[in-house]
Design a protein around this ligand. Structure first.
Ligand code: PRX
Length: 707
């Protein structure tokens, strides 16, 4: 693609598309924040400069308690399967719980806020957490037969039983795999089978938007799906949202399903010695979407991961043990693992968990929670900020809470929304970090260091301590800071929080993240193996990065990655559907929403019922989070001569933008037919197009490019 300013004779690759936007003004951190910050002395940059790599990360590892110290900080003998802190041994549960008992046994580790406002908030002290983790670990080991290295799948909502179960697995050296509670039973079953788990931990129900949802029913679907895929679950451990009262209609299966509250009395006061694990032992799997249908189980290590989340929580979240920290995300996503559970608890602080939706029963809810609990650090996504801005712009001012620090994570934040976050939610008092990273990364990769680097709305900032990002073009040439050109965001060096592999798919791990820019497959020098993040980005002259979004076929809905292939395969579960394509539409609240285009098998009539069937299939296969904004039934999809669906053309139609060159299509005539139908229908539904920003336009016009 070529733009006005490109020279006529140099061909310009897709990744080099020039981006222009207004440079935003800097915001300085408040003096009060600087005075108390964990990282307030600029010498920290010296400690993490590139010449000190990889030893600089000793500073993060030293935040942990090790049973045995490591002999090799970074082992690069089998690239890109990096090993960190080799020879070291530790236990993650011990680090997040036991070691805080001496000084803080009575302090709240977790404060859980149930969604129904009349239900009491529960504080769980470090001592109580210790008890609960030990008892559940004993139950997992002695009742469910869980051993070191076994995978245990959880399908839990935002309840304290989730961190308890994570820490209980970690105590035993077992690998947990939490599937986001909002995902469907089928999606859970696929992840169970992929991980080959034989134990599922779930809950009967949970509150969402005022309703007690039946969740156990999903366990039955999950087990059936896992069975179809050749994996048998022996035990389903069902917590009850209210012990003694079963909130599900799904029957308990004799010999397979057990209520945890009935089993626990047998394990009362049992203690389980934390198993001393090698630093390189996997701690958990976290599934994410990629370019193919099969979800990717990102495997995270014990020592490197925990060191990285502890270090970044200390310096970037500025967590002190006396803070009350609230990360308003779901533990079912990596953000929750790293920055609700492992990072904050490793540092011995108080971490708040909220069960429900931000606007229940009204948009003042988050601020009542913040005021009542004295939250001073707040962490959320642009989607939540946009939603609260839309439905409750005057609410924050009504409540007497004060944040010293706020985070935004998961998707690009528009400068205008950033300013609203700063001025209205933050009351102009808080420092903000815009943290860029991914499920694969364990922790933050791009952010400002809050007391030492000025904020710039819309940009995440430079690479974090010990991370050296670079933007490459398609040919592997560096796209320079200040050039105004976008390219592929890469990280030049390994870091302790990087995932170890994709569970069961090591070749895919290498192909997806390293093959593109590897200089020499035989090399054992990490400098030859830059990490390809799959995001487009542009770097300003000041070194700050602005992330433009995914370069692959992944749609980021409300900060959650959904693979187009997954959405399409789900649609094809409907018998009558012949072909399907998923595209993003720009959505003012959720960032992006999904639209599906399907064509039907010969002889099948298009109908509303058929669209609803596709929607339901996506609900069943993936979950409500993926529910399409619209399902369009079309006579055919635009295809190249080699038969590939041109997603960028239909993405253009969905977003009312120019569909670009259609001359290479095998069936160009279909474009007008689809456009006429879809845009007319959208107008009837009141979906008025708005003008897109330059970056939005580029994202749509290059979506899923296959030329
Ligand atoms: O495109 C980037 C976007 O979210 C993707 C990672 O999604 P996921 O693996 O689900 O992890 C979410 C939790 C970190 C990235 O590839 N993204 C994440 N954070 C930001 C972002 N885009 C812009 N700014 C961010 N701060």
């Amino acid at each position: 693609m070529e733009t006005d300013e490109e020279s006529q004779d140099t061909p310009v690759s897709e990744a080099q598309i020039a981006v222009h936007w207004r440079e935003e003004e800097y915001y300085q951190p408040p003096a009060k924040f600087i005075a108390q910050a964990n990282a307030g002395d600029p010498s920290i940059f010296e400690r993490f400069r590139e010449e000190r790599f990889p030893e600089c990360f000793k500073e993060y590892a030293d935040l942990l308690s090790w049973d045995a110290y490591w002999h090799t900080t970074l082992d690069t003998s089998n690239p890109p399967f990096w090993k960190w802190f080799v020879g070291g041994r530790l236990n993650a549960s011990f680090n997040c719980v036991d070691r805080h008992l001496a000084a803080s046994s009575n302090k709240a580790a977790l404060i859980w806020v149930p969604e129904p406002e009349e239900e009491e908030t529960r504080a769980i002290t470090y001592q109580e957490l210790y008890k609960r983790v030990n008892e559940f670990a004993a139950l997992l080991r002695d009742f469910a037969g869980v051993k070191i290295g076994d995978r245990v799948t959880f399908h839990l909502p935002m309840v304290p039983e989730l961190p308890v179960a994570m820490l209980a697995c970690a105590r035993l050296g077992a690998i947990h795999s939490q599937v986001f509670g909002g995902f469907s039973g089928a999606a859970c079953g696929e992840r169970i089978a992929d991980a080959d788990s034989h134990v599922l931990v779930t809950m009967d129900g949970f509150y969402r938007n005022g309703e007690l949802l039946d969740h156990k029913v999903k366990a039955d679907e999950a087990i059936a799906r896992a069975h179809d895929l050749g994996c048998e679950v022996d035990k389903v451990l069902v917590w009850r949202r209210r012990p003694g009262q079963y909130a599900s209609k799904s029957p308990m299966v004799e010999g397979r399903d057990f209520f945890v509250d009935e089993l626990l009395p047998d394990y009362r006061d049992k203690l389980v010695e934390p198993v001393s694990m090698p630093a390189e032992a996997p701690l958990f799997l976290m599934y994410t979407s990629g370019t193919t249908g099969r979800p990717k189980g990102c495997e995270h290590s014990t020592g490197g991961y925990l060191a990285y989340v502890a270090g970044t929580s200390k310096y970037y979240q500025d967590i002190h043990p006396e803070d009350t920290y609230w990360c308003f995300a779901d533990i079912g996503w990596i953000t929750g693992h790293s920055y609700i559970v492992y990072g904050p608890l490793a540092l011995g602080t108080t971490s708040v968990m909220y069960e429900g939706v931000p606007t229940y029963p009204d948009p003042g809810r988050p601020w009542r929670i913040a005021q009542r609990l004295g939250v001073d650090i707040f962490h959320t996504s642009p989607t939540t900020v946009r939603m609260l801005r839309k439905v409750g712009p005057d609410e924050p001012a009504k409540y007497d809470y004060h944040f010293k620090h706020m985070t935004t994570v998961g998707e690009p934040i528009e400068p205008e929304v950033w300013r609203w976050y700063h001025e209205v939610i933050g009351k102009g008092e808080a420092v903000i970090v815009d943290t860029w990273w991914q499920t694969e990364n364990g922790g933050f990769l791009g952010s400002t260091l809050p007391a030492l680097q000025a904020m710039k709305p819309g940009s995440c900032g430079p690479g974090v301590l010990g991370i050296y990002p670079v933007i490459y073009d398609e040919n592997g040439d560096e796209v320079l800071a200040g050039s105004g050109r976008a390219g592929n965001m890469c990280i030049r060096n390994p870091w302790p929080g990087i995932f170890q592999t994709i569970w069961g798919q090591p070749e895919k791990f290498v192909d997806t993240y390293y093959a593109k820019y590897c200089r020499d497959r035989q090399s054992k020098d990490w400098r030859d193996w830059p990490y390809f993040a799959g995001d487009g980005a542009v770097q300003a002259a000041d070194g700050y990065f602005r992330i433009l979004g995914r370069v692959d076929d992944v749609i980021n809905v409300a900060g959650h990655r959904l693979g187009t292939k997954e959405l399409e395969s789900a649609s094809l579960m409907v018998d009558e559907v012949a072909e399907a394509a998923a595209v993003p539409v720009i959505d003012d609240i959720r960032g992006r929403a999904v639209e599906m285009y399907v064509s039907l098998k010969p002889g099948v009539q298009a109908s509303e019922e058929m669209s609803a069937k596709v929607s339901r299939a996506i609900d069943t296969e993936i979950g409500k989070i993926a529910r399409p904004k619209n399902v369009w039934i079309v006579p055919d999809l635009p295809k190249t001569r080699s038969g590939k669906i041109m997603r960028r053309v239909i993405a253009g139609i969905s977003n009312f933008t120019d569909v670009g060159d259609t001359s290479t299509l095998a069936n160009p005539e279909i474009v007008d037919v689809i456009r006429h139908h879809v845009q007319k229908e959208k107008a009837a539904r009141g979906e008025v197009p708005r003008e897109l920003s330059r970056e939005e336009l580029e994202e749509i016009q290059s979506f899923g490019s296959v030329e």
